[in-house]
Design a protein around this ligand. Structure first.
Ligand code: RB5
Length: 150
């Protein structure tokens, strides 16, 4: 599904462990009138999370999308995969403090969630916090982010 109504594009993807939460997040993004591209998976059949981690990470890294949201059972495997792609800073968050801090300090460009870890209500608040928080732009944070890529 391609729900592209606004200029800021969000790439979203999951494996089967994150499928149900992905559906809830896409509904939430639609309610907020935020544009997204759904990179799968498209049902609850068992799939391999690296496939979806890579496709979403590449969409963010090559500029097709501005931000990404990735979900697997724990959020761990899919975030490890995404972080292998140059330019990607995927942050696995289990609360809003982490989502806010990773935007402000790490300029994280992908949010990773565990569909078997966080409930839907909390997950949607984490998504909102991640999408609505800007990078601090402070010199020390820019320096540290640059050091990641060195
Ligand atoms: C799939 O069962 C599960 O391993 C996956 O969703 C994820 O939790 C991996 O890190």
């Amino acid at each position: 599904m391609d729900n592209s109504r606004k200029d800021k594009m969000i790439a979203i993807g999951s494996d089967h462990g994150g499928y149900e939460l992905k559906q809830a997040i896409m509904k939430h993004l639609e309610e907020r009138n935020l544009a997204y591209k759904d990179y799968g998976c498209y049902n609850e059949a068992s799939v391999d999370y690296p496939e979806y981690g890579k496709i979403v990470a590449n969409a963010v890294a090559d500029g097709t999308c501005d931000r990404g949201i990735l979900i697997c059972g724990t959020g761990i495997g899919i975030s490890i995969t995404a972080n292998k792609v140059k330019g990607i800073r995927a942050a696995l968050c289990t609360d809003c403090f982490m989502a806010e801090a990773t935007r402000q300090h790490n300029d994280a460009n992908i949010l990773a969630l565990g569909g078997r870890v966080v409930g839907v209500g909390l997950a949607l608040k984490i998504v909102d916090t991640f999408l609505d928080t800007e990078f601090s732009d402070e010199e020390r944070h820019i320096r540290r982010i640059n050091m990641i890529e060195e």
